[in-house]
Design a protein around this ligand. Structure first.
Ligand code: B12
Ligand code: SF4
Length: 544
């Protein structure tokens, strides 16, 4: 009997203790309110990006992850998708009264994000501002030095890091043990060890699309990463492709279709078919699930990872378009680009696609290293010969973390960096750098000529009219820039608030040298991560 009594006593004490711990957790730990923001635009130049009919995938992923693994109150404000200007965005954030505001930004979005953060800091002084996305990932120190309004930078993949940040804020803990962040402590920047990328992509919950208004298009991500190292790309997701299982992807698409009834599903994957066997299974599953009958769908991939059999499958699954990065018609540039392609592979891929009756989109990038009028001409000639359904010609832009940015900062390959005003870092009409062998005017004329020639020399007159109409806003900006001999596009950015520059300016401009060291640091991270991931057996948790 005394034994039973003692056991009961022990059990009771333990029960009290556990109960106490739970209650204490509830009292000490607050439910964090977090607002995730895609900043507004400072001018609509590319309506398909600046006033998109889709939300930002990265933010939906972060929200989906947070709510799955912890208790938080989350709001997503996608100013571009919701057509909000700065005042409206700022008001919405303030009304939500968050503990944390997390901004996402490509390079051309970093200043709008910083402006919004500055206003939030003024209104809600205890609110913690976090910046994530490719720009801060490429140049973390400079981003925090240039933009004082950001308290914390999240470097690289953000799901786990943001979760740990929220948990730290909930208990008032330190950020020191959180991998992949940069923050200020006693006036100095602290940078923690790099964050390991998530190997099992199926372990990531679906994006929280329900936190945004229903969209016409959804960008989904069936894999992250790409084995190549193109000189103009920092390959943010690393050189080892981490793939979701076919069933996991199909479940997401079916859920999107039944919940939101979109018109289009776009695969945001760097290389949709990097694993050809898996891609073929995925295309088959798309066909079996009759997805192509319910929505338009498109993918981006690489000429090395397609063949006639795959194109036939694409056709059977009713794909709307397969997009391929061609970049240039100059064989020498192709050889040095790090894309692993050549003219032979390009022709073979496009011929196979056409033979199967698939619409092909192609990306070209004008302004390759040591570009000349002759090499530009070969690119235009190639584009005319390939005659893709949708040709797209961008201008080389020295995005931080890329080899091209390093070359431009060093003045190599005929590049001259004009500015680190990130508002100019737009691929279609930006003015971030000059080319030694060509004036910007020449290269911009080539861009216009290239579009005209592909359509006119292939007798596609009606399509040209439709193309010009669809892309009239950007076409008009390019024409204005050429006619008025403008180097910059800032004159078109007419939605900038009056105090835009003054609010952001912090007496610090990112120096050219940063773009040189950034590339080297990024390369180190990429190769360490590639080594780590290659030792893991990257399998997905389920198979279709
Ligand atoms: C799909 C895509 C697009 C889509 C985006 C659609 C959508 N719904 O999101 C569209 C077609 C709109 C697009 C447009 C452009 N794009 Co784009 N795009 C991509 C691509 C292929 C994938 C991006 C993606 O969705 N990844 C999946 C999500 C899950 O990842 P993520 O967004 O990076 O977010 C993760 C982390 O970055 C981080 N994170 C991001 N934000 C935040 C915020 C917080 C608070 C935290 C904590 C973490 C965090 O956590 C997220 C989850 O892990 C990338 C290449 C790449 N691999 O990243 C290029 C890429 C991002 N694009 C690029 C560029 C240049 C552009 C354009 C500027 C092109 C142009 N016109 O000149 C436009 C810009 C549009 C604009 N808003 O101004 C460059 C950016 C380079 C740079 N330094 O800025 C990239 C890297 C391509 C490249 N190779 O150069 N793009
Ligand atoms: S193929 Fe090149 S441009 Fe495309 S994601 Fe890979 S490294 Fe970047």
């Amino acid at each position: 009997m005394p034994v039973v009594a003692s056991l009961l006593m022990i059990f009771w004490e333990l029960r009290k203790k556990t109960l106490y711990n739970c209650v204490a957790m509830k009292f000490d730990e607050k439910i964090v309110r977090i607002c995730l923001v895609n900043p507004p635009v400072i001018g609509v130049m590319e309506p398909w990006y600046d006033t998109p009919d889709f939300g930002r995938t990265g933010l939906a992923y972060l929200a989906g992850y947070l709510r799955h693994f912890t208790s938080v109150e989350i709001k997503i404000i996608d100013a571009k998708f919701e057509r909000l200007d700065f005042a409206q965005t700022i008001k919405r954030i303030i009304d939500f009264n968050p503990d944390i505001v997390g901004f996402t930004a490509f390079t051309n979005e970093i200043k709008p994000a910083a402006y919004t953060a500055t206003k939030i800091k003024q209104a809600l002084s205890s609110c913690i501002t976090v910046i994530g996305g490719v720009h801060v990932t490429a140049i973390p120190k400079e981003t925090l030095m240039e933009f004082f309004a950001f308290d914390i930078g999240v470097i690289g993949e953000g799901e786990q890091t943001l979760l740990e940040l929220c948990n730290a804020v909930a208990i008032g803990g330190s950020y020191r043990d959180i991998a992949g962040v940069i923050y200020r402590e006693e006036g100095r920047l602290v940078i923690t060890p790099p964050r390991a990328r998530i190997a099992d992509q199926d372990s990531i919950p679906f994006p929280a699309w329900d936190l945004l208004p229903p969209a016409k298009t959804y960008y989904i991500q069936s894999e992250r990463g790409c084995p190549f190292s193109c000189i103009f790309c920092m390959n943010p997701n690393g050189k080892v492709a981490r793939k979701r299982s076919v069933s996991n992807v199909i479940d997401e698409i079916n859920l999107l279709i039944s919940t939101f009834k979109p018109n289009r599903i776009s695969f945001g994957d760097e290389l949709f078919s990097v694993d050809m066997e898996r891609a073929k299974n995925l295309i088959d599953a798309i066909k079996v699930n009759k997805i192509g009958e319910k929505v338009k769908w498109d993918v981006q991939t690489h000429v090395h990872y397609v063949d006639y059999e795959m194109f036939l499958q694409f056709k059977a699954a009713n794909v709307d378009r397969v997009e391929l990065g061609i970049e240039t018609g100059d064989a020498e540039s192709l050889r040095k680009m790090g894309k692993g392609t050549n003219l032979g592979k390009i022709f073979a891929a496009i011929e196979a696609g056409k033979k199967a009756g698939v619409n092909i989109g192609t990306f070209f990038l004008l302004g390759q290293p040591n570009e000349t009028l002759k090499s530009l001409q070969s690119t235009v000639d190639l584009a005319v010969k390939l005659n893709p359904t949708l040709p797209m010609f961008g201008l080389m832009t020295p995005y931080p973390g890329t080899e091209v940015a390093k070359m431009a900062a060093k003045g190599e390959a005929g590049y001259k960096l004009l500015t680190t005003n990130w508002d100019e870092y737009n691929k279609q009409i930006g003015g971030a750098m000059e080319f030694a062998n060509l004036t910007r005017r020449q290269i911009e004329w080539f861009q216009v000529k290239a579009y005209l020639k592909v359509y006119l020399l292939n007798y596609r007159f009606a399509e040209l009219i439709r193309f010009v109409w669809d892309y009239r806003k950007a076409a008009f900006e390019v024409f204005k820039k050429i006619l008025f001999k403008r180097n910059s596009l800032t004159h078109s950015l007419n939605q900038k608030p009056k105090d835009y520059e003054e609010m952001i300016y912090n007496n610090y401009t990112t120096e050219k040298e940063t773009l040189i060291s950034a590339r080297d640091e990024w390369n180190d991270y990429q190769s360490n991560e590639a080594k780590r991931l290659k030792t893991l057996k990257l399998t997905t948790t389920s198979k279709y």
